[in-house]
Each structure stands twice: as C-alpha cells, then as structure tokens.
Ligand binder design. Structure first.
Ligand SMILES: *Cc1c(COP(=O)(O)O)cnc(C)c1O
Length: 422
C-alpha cells in the first residue's frame, strides 16, 4: 500500500468519506485520492514523494502558483504578529481598497471566510434590500453549499447526481427558480410569471462548475436588462472568475455592471477568504450600517487579509493576455491530440481556464455538458495521473493554469496525452 492509501484508509475511519470536501475522494474516476505533502509553483508533491504537474491549483485559488514567495513571506511576517484579533485591523482596509480598485462593480465590500458565505450573504442582502424572496439560478451553476443554492447545482453535486440533497427543506428551495445557462428566454418567462417576487438572479458570468461554459453574446447583458426592469438584483458569482478571467473579473472582461459580486478562491491567496460587495446604496443595508445581519468571528483576520493582499499586489503586475494565449495554444494542442486518437472532444477556453468535454456537441449549458463520454474521461484521467499529470477528477470541472506553469510543463503534459490509449 502507498502512504496515500494508508492515510486514506485511516481518514475513512475518522472523516466522512475520508475527505473534507467530496470531490477530493476521486470516486467518480474510480481512484483513491493522492495525499499532498507540499506544493510549489506548478507542482504538487505527494506523501509518497511523487511529483505532479497540477491543473487543479486548489480548484482555482493558486493563480500565482503554489507557495508564491511574496505570498508566503506576507503570511509568515503577519503570523508573527498574531493571527486573529476579533477587532478591526489595517490589512482589512487595505484589501478592501485593493478589491474596490480592481473590480468595477464593487464600491463597498464585506469579507467573509469562504465563497459559500459570500453567496449566502449576498442572497440574504438581495432579499433584505428588495423585500422579495425568489432567486433565479442556472442548472449546473454552483454557488457553494448554502441550502438555497442546492437545487440542480454543479461541482461535486453534479458528479454525485445528488438531486439537490437530503437535508434541504422543500420550503427553502421553493424560492429557487431554475433556468438553463445561456437561455435568456427562460429567464424572461420566469420574470413574466413571477417577477414581483424575484429578489435576484445569481450567475457565474463564465460558468465553471459544469466544466467551463462561456456566456453567449447578449446573455449577460440580457440578464442585466431583465433584472433592472423587474427591480431584482444581478449577482455575479465571480468566486472562480474574479481576478482570473481578468484582474477586474468577468465583469470587466464582458463590460457588465452587476449589483453585487461574490468573490472567493483567488482573493484569499490560498487562505480561507470570501467576499461580497457591490453598490454602496445596497451594501449599506448590511449590519451595522443597515439591518441585514451578517457576521463572522474570523472574518477579515490579518493572516487571510495579508495573503489576499500579497496575491492581488503580485497579480496586478502580471500579463494576463500572455497567459491566456499560452493556455489557448496548450489546450488547443491537447484537443488536437485527442482528436487524433478518434475521441470526440469539445474544448471551451477563456483566460487561464479550459475544459475538454468528451463530446462532439457544443457545450453551452448543463445538458450539453452532460453529453460527455464519462468512460473516456475516466480513462484519460487515470492514464494522465499515472504519468504525473494532476487533473480535476471530474468531467464537470475546469483545468486551471497559473503564472507558474512553464512551457516545459505544457510540453510534458502534451507528451503524456500522446501516450494515452482509448
Ligand atoms: C468554489 C465556488 C463557490 C464556493 O466557495 P467555497 O469557498 O468552496 O465555499 C461558490 N461559487 C463558485 C462559482 C465556486 O466556484
């Protein structure tokens, strides 16, 4: 048995399923998880001492690469001065300023400790602000694991085919209305039927939890117009796309002005951070300036703020266009290699994100994402892993590149793909 297998066996007796977040168990690819001992740049090293080129990057946060020297130094420097005060600190103001400067739709921002908290709180604010209850989300969209969003969700919920999940009362999700991503007419119909009780539309402006799915031209603009017309808020869940699709997020890239924006992943530079922000007149409704309650013992703690701030400072200097072009060329070559083996494959790409779907159907929403051949995906995943390439263990996830990925990493990955047999 490998050390990873031993640890996983022990973990299974102590932690449900042996993991602290379901997808990590690698169940849908019929593998045991690898236990990671350390990570640096584009690489992971397992407890067994094996090195992998990483395309999961902690599910998105590590856009600078693992253990980036400036981020690591900021964490060490700050930790020496205490890790949580439960009182305001300077770094919170500095990170808030950096976020407001970077993200066009954010005039005020509140820090929380995860993406789940960010979306949950943004929805509460939208309901408190509008006095309405309904929320429209999209099939295959994932907004963390708060009850209201666990209807037809993506990410781990997608691969596990949990229809929603036990434990969420029907009374709670009855306010959650569903449409297919990129289907503006369905959203329009929902507003026409029950627009007087819809508080918000929440959307990943570029969907990343059913694999990568891009918005069709006019889709996001249409959501902006419909929400404005009916007095509902447009919430952009930019937990993946924020600081990744561009430094100002997808909203900067697509030129759309949402009312509220949720952030997570990158904003914490690898520490547990989320944030939600938006228009001053809406954000002022949050306690204590307003009466919509939301709080957090560890929110805005100096350690997390320092990691986030160092990350944003370093990212501000980076050439996003160059990484996008390199990721495009790399993922296109990967697609060509698979084509050459007679495997159906459809590639979606933006910035430093891509997904290869094992289907010939263009992937524009959750049903088309589900046409992927999961057997082919599992075989690809397993053979790449045997060759030291660490991909997300699900066909409904993104591959992430980082500023630490080298051309040599890409070449090694392509060489591995050339050796895969279907
Ligand atoms: C990961 C993710 C979340 C949840 O963030 P957590 O930090 O895992 O709670 C929410 N929305 C999107 C789009 C995500 O990708």
């Amino acid at each position: 048995m490998t050390i990873s297998q031993e640890l996983f066996q022990k973990a299974g007796t102590l932690i449900p399923g042996g993991v602290n977040s379901p997808v990590r168990a690698c169940k849908s690819v019929h593998c045991d998880p690898l236990f990671v001992a350390s990570a640096s740049g584009s690489k992971l090293t397992t407890e067994d001492g094996a090195e992998f080129i990483d395309y999961v990057m902690s599910w998105g946060p590590m856009l600078l690469g693992h253990n980036h020297p400036e981020v690591a130094a900021a964490i060490a420097h700050t930790a020496a001065k205490g890790t949580s005060f439960g009182a305001p600190c300077r770094l919170e103001v500095e990170l808030a300023q950096a976020v407001v400067d970077a993200v066009p739709g954010i005039e005020m921002v509140r820090m929380v400790s995860s993406g789940t908290e960010a979306t949950m709180s943004a929805l509460r604010l939208a309901r408190g602000y509008t006095g309405k209850n309904g929320v429209i989300k999209f099939h295959g969209g994932y907004h963390g694991h708060a009850d209201a969003f666990l209807a037809s969700a993506g990410s781990g919920v997608a691969t596990q085919s949990i229809p929603g999940t036990p434990g969420v009362p029907a009374d709670v999700v009855k306010h959650t209305l569903l449409a297919h991503y990129n289907d503006l007419e369905a959203v329009r119909a929902l507003f026409e039927q029950q627009g007087d009780d819809i508080a918000a539309v929440i959307v990943e402006p570029v969907a990343g939890n059913m694999g990568l799915v891009l918005p069709k031209p006019g889709f996001l603009q249409g959501l902006r117009e419909l929400t404005s017309k009916y007095g509902a808020l447009l919430i952009f869940d930019e937990v993946i796309t924020g600081f990744r699709v561009s430094f100002g997020g997808a909203q900067a890239a697509f030129g759309i002005d949402p009312d509220l924006t949720c952030l997570g992943k990158i904003i914490g530079g690898g520490l547990p951070v989320g944030a939600y922000g938006g228009k001053r007149k809406i954000m002022s409704h949050i306690a204590p300036s307003g009466n919509v309650y939301q709080a957090g013992t560890l929110s805005g703690n100096p350690l997390a703020m320092a990691a986030g701030l160092a990350t944003l400072k370093a990212l501000a200097q980076k050439d996003y266009a160059a990484l996008a072009a390199r990721t495009d060329a790399f993922s296109r070559e990967l697609e060509n290699i698979l084509h050459g083996k007679g495997v159906p494959v459809t590639r979606n790409h933006i910035a430093s994100i891509f997904t290869l779907f094992f289907t010939e159907t263009p992937v524009v929403d959750f049903p088309s994402a589900q046409t992927g051949d999961s057997k082919a995906f599992v075989s690809f995943y397993q053979q790449m892993r045997e060759q030291g390439i660490y991909l997300a263990p699900s066909g409904f996830e993104c591959a992430f590149t980082s500023f630490a990925h080298s051309e040599q990493d890409f070449e090694r990955t392509l060489d591995a793909a050339r050796k895969v047999r279907f």
